[in-house]
Design a protein around this ligand. Structure first.
Ligand SMILES: [Zn+2]
Length: 539
């Protein structure tokens, strides 16, 4: 009664007041290789306090897609946080052929910085190849660098690209014999004491134990038989079946790197994120902080066992508990109503093509090497010139412009010849050329996704699109990278301060996330933003 009276006089209880203010902390969660349908497929397995808490108490975008290719981890994380696509942020793949340096480069590789926390090159990483700002950068600029940004992921690129150029820190996991969280001199010259202490604890080692299903395996009715011909598995164990003795398998499977391919890699990520929350005092003052967490183990398990495996089902049952643990800690440390969470993925994944074929669904395996040989032979026979093609990677053909000029060959004519040749090739669905992408404006379909992934400066000259369900990969396990729905359809959940309850089936796209969070915070959008604010999400 008393509270009601005070509110009527213009007073509000303290928690109601903070709830209407902007969040003290934004937690961005990316689940590597999480398909949208994992939310629905595994829903019966989830508890009420993890995924389902975000789904039922937050806002769910159920028709959320990547709007560019290739759908890989580097471009995915960059696009989520920059609010644009590779055409603008420049992260055109994980690794790509750099025609200016005439060599392959890695999206987060940076030889001008040094490792911190480890000897050797594993820490020589930074966001320097990302050309535009992230929402995390904009928050730093807006708060005069008072609002902190911390990025955390087993994968360096999963930590570095979300945290942006101005991050206080990005930490990633070095496996092998180390089992440590590391960083680079881009951020600092020495690991903070809390990271050193975490590394010195036996935490990583404690996870080299048995991996068995969390629930009785017969309860996992949302996946195929544990023993089948579509799974890779680990070296040193004949069949890809539960249980896995990780202590025994570690030596033959990369030491601590083995943890990345098990749910314990995600557990360890949560452990470390909770330490960061505490030690960095995230969400404790009026300047909004940003914690960017990316769960990578889901991707390694999907690649190894395929999207229909018992292993993937167990991963998500356990990831649900990681989310519960993270949300409970946020309630306790930052306070319900003081933080905002979004959860999405960096790409989806295809069902194992061999499994699809066994079930009469068109699919197949493409031999990159054979295609490359055939294409090179064709070009030589047409022009009588060697080395007109400099590189073929990421389904792009890169020309050698010096050799083209020397032989007086018109680049557009060569693009068209190659396009025609490639379209005759088995399992090839579509082909686009640089000239087409520069002249046309594709508004829908694969062409639009190619165009948004096409960076005029960094991308190649001819773009190849394989048939649906066709991959260039081993015959076991799943992969991703295409413009098809299985790779583009990703979950998108918002929850917490400033977020409405609800859901939509209207199309939303990955670059919409950053401007939506920027709008929530009242800050300037990332400088290359092409996405739109998803207005119905915001209170
Ligand atoms: Zn992957």
């Amino acid at each position: 009664m008393l509270l009601f009276g005070l509110a009527a006089l213009g007073f509000q209880p303290a928690n109601a007041q903070t709830a209407s203010q902007k969040p003290k902390l934004v937690v961005g969660i990316v689940v590597d290789q999480m398909r949208f349908d994992y939310l629905t497929r595994f829903e019966a397995q989830f508890g009420d306090r993890g995924f389902k808490r975000l789904m039922s108490d937050g806002f769910e975008c159920r028709n959320n897609h990547f709007n560019y290719v290739p759908t890989y981890t580097g471009p995915g994380h960059a696009s989520i946080y920059t609010g644009t696509t590779p055409a603008n942020h420049g992260i055109i793949s994980n690794n790509w052929y750099n025609k200016f340096e005439k060599q392959q480069v890695y999206c987060a590789g940076d030889t001008t910085v040094a490792s911190v926390g480890i000897d050797g090159p594993a820490g020589q990483m930074s966001p320097h190849r990302m050309l535009t700002t992230t929402v995390t950068d904009q928050n730093r600029l807006h708060t005069q660098m008072r609002g902190k940004t911390i990025g955390i992921s087993l994968k360096d690129r999963g930590a570095i690209l979300p945290a942006g150029h101005t991050a206080n820190a990005a930490y990633w996991f070095e496996g092998g014999d180390e089992g440590k969280w590391i960083t680079s001199t881009w951020y600092m010259n020495e690991l903070p004491k809390w990271v050193q202490d975490f590394n010195a604890s036996a935490k990583a080692k404690s996870y080299l134990k048995e991996w068995n299903t969390l629930k009785p395996i017969e309860n996992y009715i949302e996946s195929g038989d544990d023993l089948n011909t579509y799974e890779g598995g680990f070296r040193g164990k004949e069949d890809a079946v539960f249980p896995y003795d990780l202590a025994e398998l570690a030596e033959q499977n990369g030491g601590y790197s083995l943890l990345k391919s098990t749910p314990y890699g995600n557990n360890l990520t949560t452990d470390f994120a909770l330490e960061a929350l505490d030690a960095e005092g995230l969400g404790q003052d009026s300047d909004t902080d940003f914690l960017a967490v990316s769960y990578s183990a889901t991707d390694y398990v999907g690649h190894n066992f395929g999207v229909n495996s018992k292993e993937v089902e167990d991963m998500y049952v356990r990831l649900d508990l990681d989310l519960e643990r993270l949300l409970d800690a946020l309630d306790q440390k930052v306070g319900k109503g003081n933080y905002t969470v979004f959860l999405t993925a960096d790409h989806g994944a295809v069902n194992v093509p061999a499994y699809l074929s066994a079930n009469k669904i068109p699919s197949g395996y493409f031999d990159n090497r054979a295609f490359e040989t055939a294409l090179n032979e064709f070009v030589v026979s047409e022009y009588g010139e060697e080395d007109l093609i400099e590189d073929i990677s990421n389904y792009q053909v890169f020309f050698n412009y010096e050799n083209l000029a020397a032989a007086e060959i018109n680049a557009e004519a060569l693009q068209q010849k190659i396009a025609h040749f490639a379209l005759q090739y088995d399992l090839m669905d579509k082909v686009y050329t640089r000239a087409e992408l520069n002249q046309a404006n594709y508004t829908s379909g694969v062409g639009a996704l190619i165009q948004k992934g096409f960076n005029q400066k960094r991308s190649g000259d001819v773009f190849l699109v394989l048939d649906p369900g066709v991959i260039s990969y081993s015959r076991t396990g799943s992969t991703h990278g295409s413009a098809f729905s299985y790779d583009t359809h990703a979950p998108l959940l918002f929850y917490g301060a400033g977020i409405k309850k609800g859901k939509t089936y209207e199309l939303t796209e990955i670059p919409d996330i950053a401007p939506t969070i920027a709008a929530l915070l009242g800050i300037e959008f990332p400088n290359g933003t092409t996405g739109k604010v998803i207005a119905e999400v915001l209170e």
